[in-house]
Write a protein that binds this ligand. Structure first.
Ligand SMILES: Nc1ncnc2c1ncn2[C@@H]1O[C@H](COP(=O)(O)OP(=O)(O)OP(=O)(O)O)[C@@H](O)[C@H]1O
Ligand SMILES: [Mg+2]
Length: 308
């Protein structure tokens, strides 16, 4: 697939968007000297900008499947953006594109105004399948990505300590991953990703396999970590309440081909809880629009079955 770069510069961000601004009061304690807390940036330049992105896959029958169609979207520095949409609408594809792991058929992805032409240490993709190494301890797993980045040993040591404390796993630093619960393993994966200090965290349904209590705890922790470190997060989920619980904005995608159907700014005060009435009310509104897309996907499936 070839790349056809389009606009050289991303569009300006709408006025009134604040990103990480104003979150300073949430900062707790002093981080280790080598740990990078992202400063409040010029929010007039989007952190991530998608300009007319399309992506087609070649299917086994050699036909073209248009997964993403002309997506334009800007993400502010320090924004927590959630993406929802029916299964198969291209959410994972979109994250892989931003990570630089897939290449678009048309359009361009920009990070900090620079065109993305491959993977970079400024972005990291976190999956539901965590990819932790069972033969390494918790601390060694967290260290792994930093070794790949050639971070000096003393700095690695400091960062392991800081990020394990951030996810409340200091006591388990010498445990192996099979000795941890699912939620703890998810936190190790988060610490490992954070330790490489990417500006942008791309999270693909990271909590989908967890029980409700563990997921609620991780929501609190992720929100706190986001506030403390100033990272930009793009978070894909099927759970609309989770999206409203966490996001500054929820983007709803259409059924195939994936397009942006609607954006919902979420201005509810933080911290939020998934069971709150206001969260449920907002989620219901989004769910109404999502159901239309899910129905289309079901109809398309029936049509496919009939034609076979
Ligand atoms: N490597 C591939 N080759 C061909 N088609 C693919 C490939 N990867 C994904 N697709 C197709 O592209 C579409 C989008 O897939 P994608 O995995 O991005 O959807 P998704 O929104 O993440 O779905 P889910 O919510 O189920 O995870 C789907 O129709 C899928 O079948
Ligand atoms: Mg997916």
């Amino acid at each position: 697939m070839s790349t056809s770069p389009q606009n050289a510069y991303p569009s300006p961000v709408p006025a009134g968007h604040v990103g990480a601004v104003g979150r300073g009061s949430v900062l707790r304690g002093k981080p280790a000297s080598s740990v990078t807390i992202l400063p409040v940036r010029d929010v007039s330049i989007p952190k991530v900008s998608l300009e007319g992105i399309s992506l087609s896959y070649r299917t086994t029958s050699k036909a073209q499947l248009v997964a993403l169609d002309n997506i334009s979207l800007q993400v502010r520095p320090g924004e927590f953006l959630c993406v929802v949409g029916p299964s198969g609408c291209g959410k994972s594809t979109l994250l892989h594109l931003i990570a630089g792991l897939y290449q678009q058929t048309a359009g361009q992805v920009f990070v900090d105004g620079k065109a993305v032409n491959g993977p970079g240490t400024d972005r990291i993709l976190i999956f539901q399948e965590l990819g932790l190494f069972p033969w390494l301890t918790v601390a060694q797993n967290v260290e792994f990505g930093m070794k790949m980045k050639n971070i000096p040993k003393a700095e690695r040591k400091e960062k392991i300590q800081y990020y394990l404390r951030l996810v409340h796993l200091s006591k388990f630093r010498d445990s192996y991953t099979h000795q941890l619960s699912g939620g703890m393993r998810q936190r190790v994966a988060l610490a490992r990703a954070l330790a490489t200090e990417p500006d942008v965290l791309l999270m693909d349904e990271p909590f989908a396999a967890l029980d409700a209590q563990t997921r609620d705890l991780l929501h609190d922790e992720l929100e706190r970590i986001w506030a403390e470190t100033g990272r930009t997060i793009i978070f894909v989920t099927h759970n609309v309440r989770e999206a409203v619980r966490l996001g500054d904005r929820v983007v709803l995608m259409t059924f195939r081909p994936g397009r942006v159907k609607q954006e919902f700014p979420i201005s509810l005060p933080r911290p939020r809880h998934i069971e709150e009435v206001d969260v449920a009310r907002t989620a219901k509104e989004i769910l109404g629009c999502l159901r239309e897309e899910i129905n289309k996907s079901i109809e398309a499936e029936y049509a496919d079955e009939k034609s076979r």
